[in-house]
Design a protein. Sequence first.
Lengths: 443, 133, 485
Amino acid sequence: MRYLPHTKEDIELMLEKTGVPSLKSLFDCIPDKLKTKDELKLPKPLTEWELDEHMDDLTSSINASKKCKYFIGGGSYDHFRPASVNYLISRSEFATAYTPYQPEVSQGTLQGIYEFQTMITELTGMDVATASHYDGGTALAETLLIALNKKKLQKIAVSSLIHPHHREILKTYLYPTGYEIIEIPYNKDGLTDFEQVKNMGDIAGIAVQSPNFFGNIEDLKLARKTCDSKNALFISSFTEGLSLGLLKSPGEFGADLVAGEGQSFGLSKSFGGAGLGLIAGTKKLMRNLPGRLIGKTLDSNGKQGYVLTLATREQHIRREKASSNICSNNGLNAMTAAMYLASVGKTGIREIAQLNHDKAFFLKQELEKVGFKIPFNSEFFNEFVAIAPEGFEAKRKRLEKDKGFYAGIELDKYYPELKNHYLFCATETIKKQDVENLIQEVK
Amino acid sequence: MKEINQLELPEDLKYTKSHEWVKKNEGDTVKIGLSDYAQDQLGEIVFVEVPEVGGTFSKGDEFANVESVKAVSEIYLPVSGEIIAVNEELEDAPELVNESCYDKGWIAEVKLSDPSELDSLLDKGAYLVTLKG
Amino acid sequence: MNSQIGTSGLIFNEPQLWDKSIPGRCGISIPSNDVAKIELSKELTRENVEFPELSEPDVVRHYTRLSQWNFGVDSGMYPLGSCTMKYNPKTNEVQASKQEIAGAHPLIGDDNSQGALKLMYDLQVMLAEITGMHATTVQPAAGAHGELAGMLIIHKYHEKKGRQRSKIIIPDTAHGTNPASATLCGYESIKVSSDENGVLTPEAVAELMDEDTAGIMITNPNTLGLFEKHIKEIADLVHAKGGLVYGDGANMNAIMGYVKPGEIGIDVLHLNLHKTFATPHGGGGPGSGPVVVTKELEPFLPVPIIAKNNDKYVIIEDMPDSIGRMHTFYGHFNVLVKAYSYILSMGAEGLKNVSEYAVLNANYIKESLKGVLNLPYDRPCMHECVFNDKKQAQFHITTMDMAKRLLDLGFHPPTVYFPLVVEGAFMVEPTETESKQTIDEFINAVKTITQEAKENPEILHSAPNITKVTRLDEVQAARKPCLRG
C-alpha cells in the first residue's frame, strides 16, 4: 500500500528493537478473548485508478453537473468561487496542520484566522468573532446556551422564521437540560411577529434570522426594542452571509450575539457540508463565547505574532465546567472564507450582494408574469416566497430531471399551512437567460 | 516558585486552608484576597472573575475565579456574608493579584452575616503549619 | 544527509491584509449585470463594509507567504499524541472536489442525489463493520460533536426506560471533551482514577457505579496509549446496574482488525474521521465524528439518517425516538467522501496494517527513547507512548523546553502536558505513515536535545531559535486580549 512506508526489513529491525517477535504479538497486551475472530468484511482495496473509476460511476447518479441551475437556497447557496481561492486553500501547509498549539510554527494559520475574525467582526458589526464553528445551526445553538447561562433563565424565544433545520438543532441541544424554546409566530408580511413576545414571561433571549427563512429582511430595530422590553439578549442569525455586504449589520441594531452560516464565502455546497459556523458577540460576552479565539501579542524579541488565547473558557482546561464541548472547529473553511472576503474586498462584496438582489428581483418579476403570486409584501435579499399556479409541481420535477433546473423549495414540508408555496432564490450565478429559460418551461 | 520561608504573610491577617486571606475592617466588614502562596503557585494571573456586588454567599462557597494562561482556580469565601464591594481595577489589571496580593490586589469586601466565623480562621502560624503539612 | 533537518531559509514578513489595501483594487471577477439594478430601502442598507482592497496577485502572495509559516504533516513528522497526524492521501481531495460532489445542493432530493446517499450509506455500513456495531450516523461534525450525539443517545435511552439518571463516570485520563459533553446532557461527571498500571479496574468502577449513574465514558486504547484490558468486566458491571458504555473512539486507529468495540461491551462509540481515516485536520477542522451504536440504540440516532429501500437510497427524517437533528444538513459530506475513499483504497488488510504499523512505530520509539526520557508506565503500548521531563528536572529543563527545541531540529513536538495524570507529559504518536528512517531522525533529535539539556540548557530555554517568531507572550495576550485588527 503506497501510504505505508514499511519494508520487510524495516519491520524486522523495528521488531527486534522492541523485543517483540511479530506484528501480531504487538497486540498481546490485549486479552485474546477481546480480540475479534474474523477479518473485516470490506470491499477489496482499489488502486488509485480503480478508485477514480468507481467514483465516476458513483457520482454519475448525482444530478449536480455544471449545467445545473440553482433557483434554490434555503441555507446553501450557489455562488462563484474564484480559482485563486481554491488554489490557495489546497496548500497543504494549511490543510495538513493541526490546531495551532505550537504558535511558532503555526503563524500562517494564526494570522489567517486572526484576519478572518477581524473581517467577521467588520461584517457583523460586532466586537469579537470566534475562530469558527461547525455550521450556522450549531453556532446558533451555542449562542442560545450562552444567553440561557448568562441570564440564568429557563426559557428562550425563537422566531418561527429561523431556518427549520436550525430550529430542530436548537431543540436537540436544549432538550436534555430542560430549557424551553418558545416559537414566535410570523405575521402576514412574512416577518417575525414581535407583538407575540409580550406575553411570554421571562425569557433569556430572542433569536431572529435576517434575511429570514422566507428571504424577507426582518425589522431588527424592533427586535432590539422587544429584547429591551424583556431584558433579554438579542441573538441575530443568518444563513446567507453575503446579504451583509448590502444590509445593515446586526451590530448596528445592537445585537448581543450573532450566529451565522458562512458557506457563501467561497465554500462549495458539497451536499450541505462542511460549511462554516460563525459566532460573534459584544465585548461584554467575550469570555462566554465557545471555541477558539486568536489574539495578537509579541514574541520574546518584541516581534508581533499570534496565539490561541482565552483558552480557559475551553473544555481542555475547564472540562465539565466548560461553556461548550467544542474542540476542532471548521478552521480550514474559515481560512477559505477569509481568502474569499479578501479577494472580493470592500467594493466586490457590495457589488456581488447587489447583483444577488437584482437577479432575485428579476426572477420574482418574471414569475409573476406567468401566474405566480407573491404572498408576502416585504423587502428581501436573494430569496422570496411565491405561490405557484396549478400544474407547477409536475413541471418542477421534470425540470430537475431533464434540465438540471432546481426551481424552488416546497415550503409546506416545513410550514404545512403554506400549500403550493415555494422558496425561490437567485444569486449572481444566474443569468438573465437562465431565468428566461426557466420561465419558458414553467409558462 | 517561592520557598515557604520566602513567603510574605502579614501577622494582622487571617488565612484559610484554601489560601484566601481575610482582613477585619471597621464594623462587621472584611476584605478578602489571595495569599502570597496562592498567587505564587498560580503564576501569572490573566483574569479575575469577581462576583456581583449585592450577592450573598455562605462560608466555603465558590464566589470568584482566577485564571492563569492554562488554568482556572476557584476562590472560596472564607466567611458568610454579602458582597459589598469588589476590586474593579482587577478587570484591566489582573496582575495586581501577583504584584500586590494584600493591598492593590484585594478581591472583595464582605459584610459578615456571622462575625463569629472569624474565629475559625487560621492565624499566620497555623496557616504556615498547613503549608508545611 | 545532514543529521539535522531543521534549518533556516528565506521566509517573508507579511503585513495584515488591510495594511496592503490600496483603494480601487479588487481580487475577484465581478459577474456582469444583465438585469436592472434594484435599490433596497435606505434604512435597510449599510455603509460600505470596510474590507481590504487587494488584487488577485496580492491575495495569492499574502496567503502563500502565510502558508510558509505553517508546519503540516506534508512538511514533516507531526507526532502529536492523541491527534493522529497521519498522511492525508491526495486522491481523497480529488474525489471530494469532483463537480458532482462539491456542486451538489443539499436540498435536491433523494432522486437527484442517489450517488451521494449511496456513498453515505456504504460508509455507514463500513464503519459499523470496522467497529462491530449495528448502525451508524455520519452526521456529527467533529469528534466532540459525535460525543455529544452519543451522550444525547444515552440520555434518551434512560428517558425511554422511564427514569433519567444524573451522573456519568469518566476516567482521569479522558479528553476534556468527555466531561464537557456530559455536562451538556445535564450529567454530573464522576471521576474514576486509573491504577498504577495506567488502566481502569473493575473494582474502581464498581465502587462508583450505581443506579443513578447513566454509564461510563471510556477511551480505549486510553490516552496513555494503553489498552483497557478490563473493558469487558467493566462493561458487564455497568450494564448490570442498567448503565451504558460510551466508547471514545479517538484511538480506533490502534486496533482496526484486532478489536471490535461492539464485541467488548461498548454500546455507543464515536469515530474521528480526521484521525483514524486520514482526512486532513485543516489547522483545526473541519473534522467529522460519526457515531456507531448497538441495535438497541439505533432508534435514538439523530435524524436524518440514510437508509436503503430495495434498490433506492433514501433520507429518513421521521424517527419518533430520535434525539433530533445535530447538523443543518447531513454532516460534513465532503469529509465523508475522503474517509470513504480512504477505506476503499485500504481494504480490510490495509486497515489492519495501519494499526499494526502505528503500534510498531510507537513501541519502537518507546524502546528507543526510554533511556533518555522518563517513561512513567513502562508497558507495551498501543499507538502512542507517554514520557515526561522527570529526568531533565535536575537541569531545570521542562517538557515545554524540549518541545520548543524540537522545532529548531525540524520536528513538530509531541502533545505536551496531556494527559493530565502524567506531570509534564510528552506524548508521542508517530502514526503508521512515518517511515523507520524518519522515526530514527526523530529519535536522534530527541537524544540530541536530552544531551543539550545537560550541556547547553540555554539553547533549550531560548528555543525555538530559527522559527518565524520566538516564544510568544501568552500572558499578555490573555490579559489584554486583542482579537481583531
